[in-house]
Design a protein around this ligand. Structure first.
Ligand SMILES: O=C(O)c1ccccc1N[C@@H]1O[C@H](COP(=O)(O)O)[C@@H](O)[C@H]1O
Length: 217
């Protein structure tokens, strides 16, 4: 079995970034402005963290912008290696983004709500580098676009991993206890987590250690 990649999300300082990297994260999530969620930081802090991170580590800007023009504007302020779009596009296409930023990876989040997510994933997979499956609900009045601490239906996630030809990250309520089961059941390219390795919002060294120990392959 291939090694599962790990993205630690909701990084809120250079110290947290270094801690996550020390334990084995190959990617870091930096949460921009959102309608809700525990991990939001300012764009200036995102830019500062990006500058300090070693070049082999991927930095993901989480953006709630849904228009290509606005996504480009957001990214220009922070210069991450990767853009993670946490809601569906409403103006422009993924291809436009890729044309404008050929060296930046484009990750589209899909909030797994029901079986219709499988067809949606298939469509999206033609135009992005990576899909990230999360447990939010963009249909609520105040949108939930991630950071929920909730697990979704992994049977559906498993079918998506089997159906698409691009890497898939699994997110949503992962922690040291359920991560090995997630890997076995869904077999994603990577795991992505925020609340499961934190205590009172701060990255918790003992939880991080337990997480990486639990998924050692
Ligand atoms: O954490 C947030 O504030 C957030 C807000 C809006 C979109 C995404 C957000 N975080 C992402 O959500 C996943 C899942 O979080 P959790 O592990 O269930 O707490 C996390 O990996 C971040 O990518």
């Amino acid at each position: 079995m291939n090694k599962t990649h790990v993205k630690i999300c909701c990084i809120s300082s250079v110290q947290e970034a270094n801690l996550a990297i020390k334990f084995g994260a190959s990617a870091l999530g930096l949460v921009g402005n959102m309608p809700s969620g525990p991990g939001i930081i300012s764009d200036s802090l995102i830019a500062e963290i990006v500058c300090e991170v070693p070049k082999h580590i991927q930095t993901f800007l989480l953006t709630s912008e849904t228009k290509v023009e606005e996504i480009l504007k957001h990214h220009s302020k922070v210069n991450t290696t990767t853009i993670q779009i946490v809601d569906a596009l409403t103006e422009g296409t993924h291809q436009q983004l890729k044309n404008e930023l050929p060296t930046v990876k484009i990750v589209q989040v899909l909030h797994v709500l029901n079986e219709s997510s499988i067809d949606e994933a298939l469509q999206i997979s033609k135009n992005v580098d990576t899909i990230l499956l999360d447990s939010g609900n963009p249909n609520l009045k105040t949108k939930e676009l991630g950071g929920t601490g909730r697990v979704h239906n992994w049977e559906i996630s498993k079918k998506i991993v089997e159906s698409v030809n691009i890497p898939v990250f699994l997110a949503g309520g992962l922690n040291p206890l359920n991560a090995p089961i997630a890997i076995q059941k869904v077999q994603p390219y990577g795991l992505d987590l925020c609340s499961g390795v934190r205590t009172h919002g701060k990255l918790d060294e003992s939880k991080l250690k337990a997480f990486f120990q639990a998924i050692k392959q």
